[in-house]
Design a protein. Structure first.
Length: 760
């Protein structure tokens, strides 16, 4: 037996040694599918199959390169270089370079990326005299892309009743015209976009029998990685290519099918067994990544899906720790809990930063974790996304706020003077810039005196916001800006995937401003709530060291979609609340809900040794504190696998315990305890002094030494008597009476500095 088979378990070996006929490898999370796939290719070649007759398709260039490298290592020669291994798009582009003239394209056709495509659509919208704000290029492009992935041509799009009804419902009946014009424009330019690489490959095989026969006989053995992520066009192409020999091997996991928004359909892998009568199904159920407890939870969760290929993951890695299920008062508390837990784990078990990942359902959730990690000086890196405060829509709203505060800020003014579009043309802006430069004045100074047409309306709007700033706090100003500029409405009306994400990010920014205006500062007092104070805080918070963020040893923050294929020793799965996870957009049919559950399964199986799941009682949405129900998925996890914790900080109070069981058993909250204590304060508890002279050589004492009844000194409020204490070492709160002048204060002791004067 060859050495390369020695390290395989029995199901893995069965999958590798099968040569002829259709094969489906159901590869559970962490079961070594890449090893099986590459070893199978090497085994085919060892048994006389020519490398030129093998086609292996993946979804990432990285995976393709790794596969080719592993095969070359196993064989010990350069034959692997002759394999057709690559992504669907790269392999099909290679074929189309040869075959394109059959369809009227040049061999050196241009490949348009997404921005190129949207640019052409934008030009077509203008040419058709359509409203660009209504026919947004991103929205139109997403519709065209979805059509192409479903193999719907412009002519079919125009005559499809369901599609036309959908476009009519969204009051965009001319998308079919744009699609047809776009397709003609690409053809005229000798270009294909990414979706065309699939659609034109299908067209080649469908319309040119000699081309179909050529590639059917060339690719005698076909292997497809991540088969659960294939869409309609990929499925049809593979079926045509493999029709002669039927030596098709698909590797995937229906439980990890999470890309329906990209056109992928779980039906492809579920029906593979029915596409070929003599198909062999091999299940890889031994997991080499996670502890058995983590796998038990994953098995319990996915078992609730009706449409699935049953499997039971198991491991020899040991039982492992229980999963920590933490409930917090707010999303900011959730961020603090995670950062604190990371620090604790590092001190106790010496984990590196890169051993931790924070996974969330939407990019907008990153904000509270970014802020908390920075406060704890924990390096982090956003994967597959832009830092929250660097996202365009966030920077657009902040540009308004910064301009209101400082009208000399030319860069922010130019950024938003015509965004959202208000009819101020590029020529007008350039003319103003020239005149301002000639007069050696700022852009604002040049435009504020009038005479610039529609620019004058913009000036009046900014001045009205400045007047509002004099009497309102940061949130009220920001809310008014979002509303009266139509910036929020602009994002809300964009129903594309990208548009929804941008809308959520604006929501999250407004949430953070609202929380800023309602959260006590380090001394327990409500701080300056002005716009200037907020912007100063944000500027300091976001001015992070770029080298630190780029450090390989950093906590990873990413969406669950971006985490697929990755693994980490410690995983925090956050935001497990109804309407967030599962998403409110996927609660109306079984297919949507089951994909959300598969997404939960993917997140759980990223963890190797430790897993935390968190959710918050409340989150801000447009200034309103919304109470959240825990995700229905949490009810699907047996209590025996969980260690439950409730933690509420919010700079107000904290209560933490383990093994709570049902959260509904809680009777009295820490906030109520503090309120009751404060309401029962008696006049004779007040300190005698009403004046304060700071002590020389002030040195703060350990907060854990402080007890009710002590007299303490605060450098701002003077001498006071402790009337109440709540919370633990990391988040202790005290009710302190500072007598005449300052009165009763609620102090966050982990931030404030107090000196013990006496213990009476």
């Amino acid at each position: 037996m060859q050495n390369y088979l020695a390290g395989l378990n029995e199901p893995q070996r069965q999958a590798v040694e099968h040569i002829d006929g259709p094969l489906m490898i159901v590869a559970g999370a962490g079961s070594g599918k890449t090893k099986v796939l590459t070893t199978r290719i090497a085994h085919l070649m060892k048994n006389g199959v020519d490398a030129f007759n093998i086609l292996a398709l993946t979804f990432t260039n990285k995976a393709a390169a790794e596969m080719k490298e592993r095969v070359e290592h196993i064989l010990g020669n350069s034959e692997a270089r002759n394999l057709y291994i690559g992504t669907f798009h790269s392999v099909f582009a290679k074929i189309l370079r040869v075959e394109a003239p059959r369809m009227g394209y040049p061999n050196n056709f241009t490949i348009y990326d997404t921005d190129d495509a949207k640019g052409i659509i934008k030009d077509i919208v203008k040419e058709l005299n359509l409203d660009e704000k209504h026919y947004k290029p991103s929205f139109v492009y997403s519709r065209i892309s979805a059509a192409k992935n479903a193999l719907i041509t412009p002519a079919e799009y125009k005559t499809d009743r369901t599609i036309q009804e959908e476009d009519a419902r969204t009051t965009r009946p001319l998308i079919s015209t744009i699609y047809a014009t776009y397709a003609n424009r690409c053809f005229r330019n000798g270009a294909m976009d990414f979706d065309d690489l699939l659609m034109k490959m299908h067209e080649l095989l469908s319309n040119f029998p000699e081309a179909l026969a050529k590639y059917q006989h060339k690719f005698k053995y076909i292997l497809i990685d991540e088969y659960q992520d294939t869409n309609v066009s990929q499925y049809e192409i593979i079926k045509m290519l493999g029709a002669v020999y039927e030596n098709i091997c698909v590797v995937g996991d229906d439980a990890q099918s999470i890309y329906s928004f990209r056109g992928a359909t779980v039906k492809n892998i579920l029906q593979f067994r029915h596409d070929y009568e003599d198909v062999i199904v091999v299940k890889l159920e031994q997991n080499y990544r996670s502890t058995q407890t983590i796998l038990n939870v994953a098995n319990e969760i996915i078992g609730n899906n009706k449409h699935q290929i049953p499997k039971e993951l198991w491991t020899n890695n040991g039982t492992g720790d229980k999963i920590i299920l933490a409930r917090t008062l707010t999303d900011n508390d959730e961020g603090r809990f995670v950062a604190d837990a990371i620090k604790e784990q590092q001190m106790r078990y010496h984990f590196a930063n890169k051993d931790f990942a924070i996974l969330y359902r939407t990019n907008a959730q990153s904000r509270s974790f970014e802020e908390s990690l920075r406060r704890f000086n924990i390096p982090y890196k956003l994967v597959g996304g832009t830092s929250f405060y660097q996202r365009k829509e966030v920077k657009d709203l902040l540009a308004y706020l910064r301009l209101i505060l400082n009208t000399r800020d030319d860069e922010n003014l130019k950024r938003i003077i015509n965004y959202p579009a208000r009819g101020i043309g590029k020529t007008t802006i350039e003319k103003i810039i020239v005149k301002a430069n000639e007069a050696n004045v700022t852009f604002w100074e040049m435009i504020q005196h009038g005479g610039w047409g529609k620019v004058d309306d913009f000036v009046m709007m900014i001045k009205s916001f400045q007047a509002l700033m004099q009497t309102k706090n940061a949130y009220d100003v920001a809310f008014a800006v979002g509303k009266h500029t139509n910036l929020v409405a602009e994002l809300y009306n964009d129903k594309s995937v990208e548009g929804l994400a941008r809308y959520e990010n604006i929501q999250e920014l407004l949430n953070s401003i609202k929380e800023f205006t309602e959260t006590p500062d380090e001394e327990g007092e409500l701080h300056d709530k002005s716009l200037g104070s907020y912007l100063q805080q944000i500027t300091l918070l976001t001015d992070a060291d770029q080298d630190e963020n780029g450090d390989a040893d950093a906590v990873k923050l990413m969406t669950i979609h971006a985490a697929k294929g990755l693994e980490f020793p410690c995983v925090f799965l956050v935001g497990l609340e109804e309407n967030l996870f599962p998403s409110s957009m996927n609660l109306y049919d079984r297919e949507g809900l089951e994909e959300e559950r598969r997404l939960f399964y993917v997140a759980i199986t990223r963890a190797k040794t430790k897993l935390w799941i968190t959710h918050a009682n409340s989150r801000y949405r447009f200034g309103s504190l919304i109470q959240n129900d825990a995700s229905r998925f949490l009810q699907e996890i047996p209590d025996e696998h969980l260690d439950k914790t409730f933690t509420g900080t919010s700079n107000k109070a904290t209560f933490t315990t383990s093994g709570l069981g049902n959260f509904s058993n809680e009777k009295t909250t820490p906030l109520k305890k503090i309120a009751d204590t404060v309401s029962n304060i008696k006049n004779n508890n007040k300190p005698a002094n009403s004046t304060y002279t700071p002590s020389a050589n002030f040195v703060p004492d350990d907060i854990m030494k402080m007890t009710v009844g002590m007299t303490v000194e605060h450098q701002k409020f003077g001498f006071g008597k402790i009337l109440s204490l709540e919370g633990g070492s990391n988040n202790r709160m005290a009710g302190i009476d500072f007598g005449a002048g300052n009165g009763l204060k609620k102090i966050a002791l982990n931030f404030a500095k107090l000196k013990i004067i006496n213990e009476n």
